[in-house]
Design a protein around this ligand. Structure first.
Ligand code: BG6
Length: 220
């Protein structure tokens, strides 16, 4: 590794927790209620990392006002939380990586498209919030991934330059957001196989879970 990392920026959904199938199922339910059928795989690839309000406007109409979108997003995220609650757990090796990062003086941040209720559901539900120097979510930036905003804001709050950040991601739009932010990325294959990330030159490792990461790669 050429530049020692000073901050790790974690995507939340699909990365800290292996939950994207439940997000997709909740979107399928949400759109079915409106008579719309969506293809799960294509939907994941083109929406994972976008904010709920962006997804809703894209599918149901750009004309929808903020209150209507907020209500629809609340409905979708309520379905998601009900589906995923019985399965809530961190991806294997996350606690150990956090401990190693702290021991090496690496700052820890979250950069997620999730709204505050989902951040609370996940990070408070697993008692993980205390580990992070900052958490940047849907209300903190105007644009979701693949725009780099959420990762740049996380780096800014950590006081760390993008080239000293490593992003952890599971979704192509998130890896692209990291690339646009000028950040290296480690991919978790929680949701998609390694081949799905072949086009990205900012990917430095692809692993099944955090336990596969070698300290030499991360902290050298
Ligand atoms: O940026 P993250 O943590 O992967 O969050 C992405 C997800 O955030 C959720 O809130 C959306 O409903 C999902 O559809 C979206 O993919």
């Amino acid at each position: 590794m050429t530049t020692a990392p000073r901050a790790f920026v974690f995507d939340m959904d699909g990365t800290i927790v292996d939950n994207m199938a439940f997000h997709t199922d909740s979107w399928i339910t949400f759109f079915e209620r409106r008579g719309m059928a969506i293809d799960a795989d294509a939907f994941f690839r083109t929406t994972a990392g976008r904010q709920g309000k962006e997804i809703i406007r894209h599918y149901l109409g750009e004309h929808l006002d903020d209150d209507a979108v907020a209500e629809l997003n609340h409905e979708k995220e309520s379905v998601y939380r009900e589906l995923y609650a019985p399965h809530l757990q961190a991806v294997h090796g996350f606690d150990c990586l956090v401990a190693q990062a702290k021991a090496n003086g690496v700052k820890l941040a979250v950069g997620t498209a999730a709204p505050p209720a989902n951040v609370a559901f996940t990070l408070d539900g697993l008692d993980l919030r205390r580990h992070f120097d900052t958490i940047v979510g849907a209300l903190d930036v105007a644009r979701g991934k693949p725009h780099p905003d959420v990762f740049l804001e996380a780096a800014r709050r950590c006081g760390v330059a993008p080239e000293h950040c490593i992003v952890f991601e599971d979704a192509p739009l998130g890896v692209e957001a990291a690339r646009r932010a000028g950040m290296r990325c480690i991919v978790l294959t929680t949701t998609l196989p390694a081949a799905s990330f072949a086009e990205f030159d900012n990917v430095i490792a692809i692993v099944r879970d955090f336990s596969e990461l070698k300290a030499g790669l991360l902290f050298a």
